[in-house]
Design a protein around this ligand. Structure first.
Ligand SMILES: Cc1ncc(COP(=O)(O)O)c(C=O)c1O
Length: 317
């Protein structure tokens, strides 16, 4: 079976070499979870693993989940569904996208690939989307579409956190600090749960808001973590010239592509903190590359409209 027999060896730690690190006397490695699989990559693989296994155990043949039009989670769920032989349904924010589906799909790589993987879409208005877990709404969908296993928006639930606890392996206990981008908090919670007591986890929220600590505490009782709230670049899905330049330069120097929504912000934050002397000499840092590269095409469309520089790094769209 795809998830349970998957060989995780493609996710390796790679050491980053950079004058900033040398000057500060710290070491930085990156765990290439983005290399796990072409479409079910990064934390998506980890979050989906036990949910698919559970859905199969319960006898479901259809999975339903939620997301925005450029969601990494939507694309990964569709791809995993195809591999695992599940029908998938994506409840997508924005009913305007349904008006001309052909046009929507030709302008949106995420939805195009999800559709190619067999995902069926239910486009809903933003107001309806906010209320997506409303039992009446879900019941209407069940009447229309039949029984389905629900994976929440962003894929975070207890089973996702269990999967994310497999990101670290016993050899990673050599690192002092683990760094991770944060959206809903599930990935970092899994990482926290698998740390040893002398390790520290540093989260870099990709969005504004004070609610994330409470979300993370739902899934972990450990206290060896903190969030660094200065690197969201204005909020979810937002980035500026400096962030884009950082991603492009990082690729030129390291040949590692970061995404603008999550991992680019995290790595920018790590370098900024190192330059500001916030890590003591000899600290060994491990940053988790949680994937998200598929979102670059969508971001470049937005950047083009705003006449901002594009993410060109190793990316030819
Ligand atoms: C590439 C990437 N990195 C990090 C995250 C953050 O994960 P979480 O929502 O579990 O905090 C996400 C969102 O799922 C993501 O797509």
């Amino acid at each position: 079976m795809f998830f349970s027999s998957f060989n995780n060896d493609r996710s390796k730690n790679e050491e980053i070499l950079h004058p900033v690190l040398e000057k500060a006397g710290v070491s930085l490695s990156i765990k290439r979870e983005d290399q796990l699989h072409e479409y079910v990559s990064g934390n998506k693989f980890r979050k989906l693993k036990y949910n698919f296994i559970e859905a199969k155990r319960l006898g479901y043949t259809t999975l339903l989940t939620f997301g925005g039009a450029y969601s990494n989670h939507i694309e990964a769920t569709a791809a995993a569904g195809k591999i695992m032989g599940f029908q998938t349904i994506g409840v997508i924010r924005g009913d305007e996208l349904a008006k001309n589906l052909e046009n929507t799909l030709s302008n949106n790589e995420t939805l195009y690939r999800a559709s190619e993987a067999g995902m069926q879409f239910e486009f809903v208005s933003r107001a309806h989307y906010r209320d997506k877990m409303n039992p009446d709404f879900l019941e209407t969908l069940r009447t229309e579409l039949g029984a389905f296993y629900i994976i929440p928006e962003g894929g975070t639930n207890l089973l996702a956190v269990k999967g994310c606890a497999e990101i670290l392996n016993p050899k990673d206990s050599d690192f002092d600090v683990l760094c991770c981008a944060v959206g809903t908090g599930g990935t970092i919670a899994g990482i926290i749960n698998s740390t040893t007591s002398n390790q520290k986890v540093l989260g870099f929220p990709a969005l504004k808001g004070d609610f994330l600590s409470a979300e993370i505490k739902k899934y972990t009782s450990k206290t060896n973590w903190q969030l660094s709230n200065e690197y969201h670049f204005g909020g979810y899905g937002k980035i500026n010239k400096e962030g884009i330049a950082f991603i492009n330069t990082f690729y030129d120097q390291q040949q590692i592509l970061l995404d603008p929504i999550y991992t680019g912000k995290m790595m920018y934050g790590i370098f900024d903190m190192i330059e500001k002397g916030m890590f003591s000499k000899n600290t060994r840092i491990l940053a988790i590359h949680t994937g998200g590269i598929q979102g670059i095409a969508g971001m470049n469309k937005k950047l083009k409209k705003k006449k901002l520089p594009l993410i060109t790094a190793g990316y030819s769209k």
